[in-house]
Design a protein around this ligand. Sequence first.
Ligand SMILES: Nc1ncnc2c1ncn2[C@@H]1O[C@H](COP(=O)(O)OP(=O)(O)OP(=O)(O)O)[C@@H](O)[C@H]1O
Ligand SMILES: [Mg+2]
Length: 504
Amino acid sequence: MTTPTPLLRLDGITKRFPGVLANDSVDFDVQAGEIHALLGENGAGKSTLMKILYGLYNQDEGQVFLAGEPADITRPSDAIQAGLAMIHQHFMLVPTLSVAENVALGLADSGFLVDTSSVADRISELSTQYGLAVDPESNVWQLAVGERQRVEIIKALYRDCRLLILDEPTAVLTPQEVEELFVILRKMADDSRGLIFISHKLDEVLALADRITVLRDGRVVGETKPEATSKEELARMMVGRPVQLTPDKKPSQHGRVRLAIEGLQVEGDRGRRAVNSFSIDVRGGEIVGIAGVSGNGQRELAEALAGLRPVTGGRILLDDTEVTGSTPREVRGAGLAYVPEERMRDGVIGEFTVAENLILVDHNAEPYCRRGVLHMRNVAERAVTLVERFNVKTPTIDTITRSLSGGNIQKLILARELSAEPTVLVASQPTRGVDIGAAEYIHRRLVEERDRGTAILVISEDLDEVLTLADQVAVMFEGRLMAVRDRAAVRVEEIGLLMAGSGA
Ligand SMILES: Nc1ncnc2c1ncn2[C@@H]1O[C@H](COP(=O)(O)OP(=O)(O)OP(=O)(O)O)[C@@H](O)[C@H]1O
Ligand SMILES: [Mg+2]
């Protein structure tokens, strides 16, 4: 029996960046009808390989073959022409345009003026066929992340792509949305398309993939199938050592209330009330985890706590000092550190160097700044220490932050926020997009921070993460607090029901 010619074959792909060998003679292939998962730590070279395939980067060495023929893909338009589509790690839709306009954007045969009503008709057809619920008329900025992603998929289907690349498509989805997405992806594969799926969630990879390839430091270190492997083995292949999947955690030694939220009201972007009479206390030395399906006010709550979003009612107290309505700088001065969900927007300045981002928040304090002058040696020393301690993968501390891989940017923000020795830490989605080794490290650091006496509020759509970290589990639904349970007394089914708005 001969194996059929693969839809895609990468042969010896090598890509260098200054100081980094991002891809090192990578061989990889995808058959029609197959979902091939690509795994690897943050910075292993997954996105780089996919960007080469999609024409966003050009390889230094190696050849791409499509259906057995050498293909020269030097620009994304070449890739689109050849039937490739890519769903990026960071969304690429234009927020101010409608769904239909976004789908039509860049279509080769659409000419200058696009007939969006015929596009809308086709979108409706595709949504019915694949079970993708999206309204073609809505503006993209109004959509939740899960909906935005469905738009990206519709865009790919609209162009009848043969090969779909998904770079961490599930990082921002709820468990429910992930299930729906998997059904759609399997349908696409059954239509003889090829799919490349990148994810840090090993359960998902084992559930979805037909084949799994692992990259480490730019090289392929192994290829396997879900039925022939396990989470532990995949983790070991990725990291190169055994990984402890849940941290050691002693019972909490909690003290007095350090963060008090009283009857908080916050408005969302669409002008409706996002946080509604929300009250909770977080004591020093404990982790309170807020579970909930995305879009139930978690983002607005976190932003209000950080001083980034106006409060329309209620109070926030840090160590008995009221900080309601304070600026982000004042809140930080009062002892609150913040790990934002939207890290490229709220967490770092992409054009700044790693060192600059590491001191971003205390850049006008000693010892980094005296009389308005930055002390570069102190900045550099601290940056080197933090990069080492938090294992941020970067060629140098003077590298532009935007060029780091997604997970490494998250580690950079955590390094900065935890090293501020806060009294209260608010962390939104602390390990989203982070690899399994780094997630282990971040969880361990959060528990250490708790044991130092910090009051920690973790907001996460990943229920497993909440259950791993929290001493108290709270559930948020439609802006309201549904319940708080002691971790030891948690029944997972009950939490699930509360997350869906029932059971209280
Ligand atoms: N445009 C660029 N300029 C310089 N270096 C880059 C650039 N793009 C990627 N790199 C580097 O190449 C390496 C691989 O990065 P890549 O984004 O491919 O990792 P990844 O496997 O996708 O990681 P993650 O899981 O964090 O998304 C990293 O060291 C990264 O810093
Ligand atoms: Mg990536």
